[in-house]
Design a protein around this ligand. Sequence first.
Ligand code: PMP
Length: 446
Amino acid sequence: MSDRHTGDAAALLRRHRAVLPEWLALYYDEPLEITHGEGRHVWDAEGNRYLDFFGGILTTMTAHALPEVTKAVSEQAGRILHTSSLYLSRPMVELAERVAALSGIPDARVFFTTSGTEANDTALLLATAYRRSNQILALRNSYHGRSFSAIGITGNRSWSPTTLSPLQTLYVHGGVRTRGPYAALDDAEFTEACTADLVDMLGQTGGDVAALIAEPVQGVGGFTSPPDGLLAAFREVLLEHGILWISDEVQTGWGRTGEHFWGWQAHDQAGPPDMLTFAKGIGNGMSIGGVVARAEVMDCLPANSISTFGGSPITMAAGNANLNYLLEHDLQGNARRVGGLLLERLRAASAGLGVVREVRGRGLMAGVELADPHTGDPSPKAASLVLEAARERGLLIGKGGGHATSSVLRIAPPLSLTVAEAEEGAEILEQSLRSADNELGGESAQ
Ligand code: PMP
């Protein structure tokens, strides 16, 4: 153990391991204790500063310690923290109106929850009640949360420890393209093959399915997107049976993909989904999740259903202030511009490195798929090496793909990332990729 873990951090880690679940995964050989942040940077307990290329996906959509959000939250905290959604709440109505208008869903209603999991649970509750069916279509390699029902529809088995869900889930192709039988197909062939797979699956059910849920870009699964238009092709098939389409926008919402405000818009010919779910970033650190649905779907529940903390004034104050900042500073445009530059830099940095199999992404959502330079197999070891090397150089990134088998680097900085920070992060990533390539005996080692 290095110095970093001989003091308080080591003791804290021991206490963490003694009392928290083993399955609560920690990043890094020597886990980090982050104590504060500002803009696109965070600091650990030893005072080391890191450029944060992952927090954007975790919770910090716009920037760490954004003064506008801090002010709104502290003003609200000084008045009242929370009462109940049984009373009228101005901040909740205000945020709901804005989210409904932005959603693109006609006649939209919004229900606020406290997490993405709970948002997806609510969408499933609505879909199954509306359609009177407990069958759900989901994509292979998907991730939708950690509750009983969200786990039941999650296709990425390394993140879904039980299959005892009362939902009947049918997994179709359409997510990951770099592995498996569809790897060699081009966009049009892939779309055709996946649509045929969907039709085949529906043939087995006679169309008795409540909804298809899909992430427009699979997040935990390793930032992999279906070809634009694939979900439109799916939608055509779903409409024949009256099956609902739920777009899980927990990672792709609010302009992160640059070209679009929502991920579903890359499949624009399909029109808006029947429901979309959101969470994570909109509260910029405060826990907000929610569902937007057509009124007819939202209001199909036969009884009242409230969430104690969903829509609490303090989280809504954060959401409203954060959304103001996002729109006023055109952070979607920033994601497009700075994200485009970052992707370009990552592609250039990876050229000739055997350890990199693919650089992909949209906006400020970049994935770098790593492979063993000799065998070409997915390499979780390479991902760990790059993560550790980047951390040593002052950069935090994430990984995805599978839990123990993550071989994709996930890069998702706060949406306010500057060009200089993108350059700095790309430089560190280049060095870190080279050092992993060297260690694994890739060409840069010669
Ligand atoms: N859906 C997607 C696409 C996600 O990435 C996540 C979280 N990683 C969730 C749902 C669950 O969100 P939460 O962790 O807030 O419950």
